[in-house]
Structure formats: structure tokens, C-alpha cells
Ligand binder design. Sequence first.
Ligand code: XIL
Length: 605
Amino acid sequence: MKQTIIIFGLLLVLLMGSAAAQDTAPTLRDLAQRLDFHVGVAVSSWMFDEDERFEATLAREFNLLVTENDAKWCYTQPEEGRFDFTGFDRLMDFAEANAMTVHAHVLIWHQCFPDWLAEKELSRDEALQILRNHIFTVVGRYKGRILYWDVVNEAFDEFGNLRDTHWLRWIGADYIDYAFQFAHEADPDALLFYNDFGAEAINLKSNAIYRLVSGMVQKGIPIHGVGLQTHLGVGDVGVGRPIDPAKLAENMTRLGELGLEVQITEMDVRHAGLPEAEVLQQQAGVFYQVLQTCLETPVCTAFTVWGLADHYSWLKMPDYGDNPDVAPLLFDADFQPKPAYTAVQDALARKAGAEPLLTDDAIVAMLPPRPAILQTELPEPAKSDPAQLAPDPVAGVAYYAPFPVAITLDGDTSDWADIPRSKVENVITMPDDMPSEMQFAVAADADNLYFLAEVRDSALVYGLYDVVAEWYMEDSVEFYINATGNLAPSAYESGIVQLGIAAANIANSGEPLIGGGLSGDVPIQVVVTPTEDGYTVEAAVPLQSDVWTIEPAQGGVLGFQSHLNGASVDSRDTKLIWSKADTEDQSYRDPSLFGRLIFWEAAVG
Ligand code: XIL
């Protein structure tokens, strides 16, 4: 009986393969083999034995097996001193039977952290003892059989600070060094990786990782690679927008210069709504771009997808994704190759000198668009009123900021008279019976960049929240600046700031109350004044600071964004956004959603 099932299964695979016209093209595994490269997939032991197509596809297409869950602490040592390797062994057996390399994921992670351990209060020595024992037992068991080990996962937050984890509290920042040392002692031949997400391009997190691993290399700590998870998205998904491939290459190369390997370790590409044909094309383009960058950057040794077929994806779990229809992987739920599969196959085939699967035009058509901010064509600048010092703003897209203009921060807006106003129009949320409105203006003199916000608000609500941490929960305005000269980054880095200015500054005579991402990087002056029907904010930041030098010049561009937050009762119920690219209130994490601020010489007329 068993045999018939297997034969039937094989037949099915063959039939479907030919239906998709994949029968003559080499598999991903064939191509990777020719390139001496690894194409990997993350799988869990509980996915086996359910559907023959799973195992068939796994062994046919991939030469690297990544343990999606079975090597995590909560599975390998679910209770103190009781180790369980049932699932891990299953994966090892399959990999070995099918001549697949293994990348084991992961020894140290703040998730899948068992309760028995979380509940403990440990001294540094006790914690080190538990860490050592765990790593020796798990890594030691498979000594010589695992090529790659993820030792530490996601130790940093998005601003590049070490995450507040149990290990950090018990041991200190050197818990990372110890984990690598223990793993190396347990299996001296394994290549040991640090792995993280959102650190693909150059940003605060990838800079922090670079500093960490440089230090480790310098101290002689056995680290051999950095894994870039690469959980990306297309369209308005709010996270992981396509990254700048040049910056990905730059990041990989600098890690390579330390003598480390780099891998794409967990790639998937999420999207909103159903996986319509157009979405699948865009998704294919993102896979293509990342793989191609990896293949063109010699230190990049593997490309791994985080799941075999769409229905296995972690993003299907409500804890991790918000779109039950998400289809983020290379194969659909019938194990049929998707456009993303063909894109990956094509990138590998071209690199291997094999017959391409796609035309050059087809590739160009699916590649991700540049960020909205750079794409929108601007109309010819025009002044609706000749007295204006700069052209009319292009709503939600571009604002022309005149310079030099004399401004004083005093609550009197007469010095702003001839400076154009732009409305913050896009309503994310707002109560019908308590509408708010905001318009802003920006200008510069020789020293500062000046912002004006004019807010109509029927009920001023402030002073209820911690102004630095939760300023956005009550009445406040936000100005965002990207002065890096590169408007594409989709994560914050030095030179990009979010200035959250709370209405609470009305009642404050000390240092300005300011929050927002990297807002501490630039000094700011603020005057917030109540008006008959709301309040005004005037603010100034210097053109010269530790993180930027802004030299206003005709046509010079900054990334720019503005928001209004309003509370009409006791917490935020109003959110208005200026930049049209930011449809989901994501500017606090993704500066590629900003619009443009264009300097305009007031004398130009
Ligand atoms: C995920 C798994 O895919 C899920 O099955 C599990 O429930 C939670 O963890 N980054 C990582 C992986 O490093 O370990 C995570 O894996 C996905 C995000």
C-alpha cells in the first residue's frame, strides 16, 4: 500500500511539473549546485508525513535545510534538564538522507524562551552555567553534522540598542561572546552566525550589528557569518518595503571585509489582500533583486526562503501576520511554482550561464519601483499668489520651502504671511463630531530650518501622557526630516529624524518636550501657542548639527513628512498625514514614505 502511494505521489509531482512547464528547466538545487551556492528553505518536523509533495519538493529544489523551529530552546529543552530532540533528529535524518547541508536555527532568541527559564532569577554565573549546558548539549549532539549554526538571533532593536532580554540582564552584553564561544567549543567545525531582521541595508540596526561583529572579530570570538533575514513586502504592508539593492550590497561587502560570510536567511515577501497576478509579479521582482544582489556579492553564500509553500508560512499565523490570504513564498499551497520561483530560477540560471527563463523586459517589469517620493513627476512650479515667496505645494508630495526668510519663534505668525501653507490632508482616523485640521509651512534662514503648524482643534488635550515616550497619544504635531541626501532608505539612520512636538509645550517653560525617532540627535527650539480655535507650533532646528549639514540651495531636496495627532477625549483618536506615500502611519519606521521638501530661493520670484 505504502508503495502505491509513493508511486502515485511521484506521478503527481511529475504531472504537475510538466503542467507548469518546469520539466526541462533545471531545479533551483541543480543550479545552486553548479554555482557552489546554497539555496535553502526553513521547515519544521511537523510538516513531514502530511503530504508527499512536501518532501518531494524539499529534496528536489533545495540543497540547504534550515530548522525553522525544532532547534529553538523551547523545543530542545522544554523543561529544565529535559532535552527533546525528536523533531530536530527528524530534520537531520531527512537532510542527511537527501544530501542536504543543514543550517540550524537558533540557540539564543528572546522568543520561544521557555517559562521555566523566564521565571528564574539568576546570578551571572548561574546563567552562564545554564547557557553553557544548553549549548553543549544541543550543539554537541550534532557535532560534525551541521555546517551552519545561528547562535544569536535578533539581539538588537530597530534603533541599534541591545534588546532587553533575560540573558542581557543576567549576564551582561557579553552573553553574545559567551554563546559563540560555547558553540565553538561544542563543535569547532561549525560556522557560527549572528542573525537579525531589518538590518539588510545600511541603517541603525545594521550599523550596530557591524560594530558588534567587528568587535567580536577583533577580540577573536569565533563568529563566521551574519544572517540577513530579509522579511520584505510589496505594496502597503507597512513593514519590510523593498530595500535599496546598492545598500544591501554595501552592507554585505563591509561584513565580508571583516572576513565573515553573509547569507539571506529567512526571505519572504508579504503583501496586502489577495495574491493577485500583479502582486505575484511584484513579489517575484523583490525575490529577484535580493537574490541577484546576493549572487553578485561574493561574500553571500546562501539564499534561504522562510517556508516551502505558502500555506506553511509563519505569516499565516495571527501572531505574526495580519493577512490570512498572504502568499509570501516560492510555491503555492498546491506546491506549484509561482512567478517568484521562476524569478529565483532565472537569477540562478543567468549566474550559472544556463538558459534564462525570463526575458530582460520581463525582469525590468517586475522589479520594485523606486520609493514613491522619487517617482512622482512634479508639475511646473507655479504661484497662485504673486506675493508668495515660493511656489504652491504639491499636496502630499512636495513642499517648496523659501529661503532666506527671517522668522522669529514668538507665537506671532505675521512673519509667515507670504510663505505657502500645505494641508495635512490624509485622514487615517478622526471622530466626525470633533474634526481637526492642520496646515504647515517651512522656511530657512542662514542658521535654521523653521516649521510652522497651524492646528484647528476644538478640545486641547495634553498633559495626560509621558511626553517623551507617549507624546503621540495626545495633541501633537510631527515634522520629519531626511537630510542624508538619499531618499530611498526604508529604515532610520543617522541624519533622519522624527520630531514629535507635543501641545504640552504650551504649559512648559523648560527644555522643549520632544519625542520621536532619533529626535535627540538635533537640538530644537519650540514655541507652542494656544489660539482661539486650536494652537500653533513654531519650531527651529539648526542647519548644522552633529548628524547633518543642510545647505539650502535652489532646488535642493530633503525627505519631509508631517503628521497631526489629536486626542479629543483621553487618548489619540485623530491621525492626519501629509505624505501620500504613507497610507498606513508607518513614517516612524520607514523614511522612504516621506514626501519631498524642495528649497526655493525667495529672491527667484
Ligand atoms: C517563526 C516560525 O516561522 C514560526 O513557525 C514560529 O511559530 C515562530 O517563529 N524570525 C526568526 C524566526 O528568526 O525564528 C521566526 O520563525 C520568524 C522571524
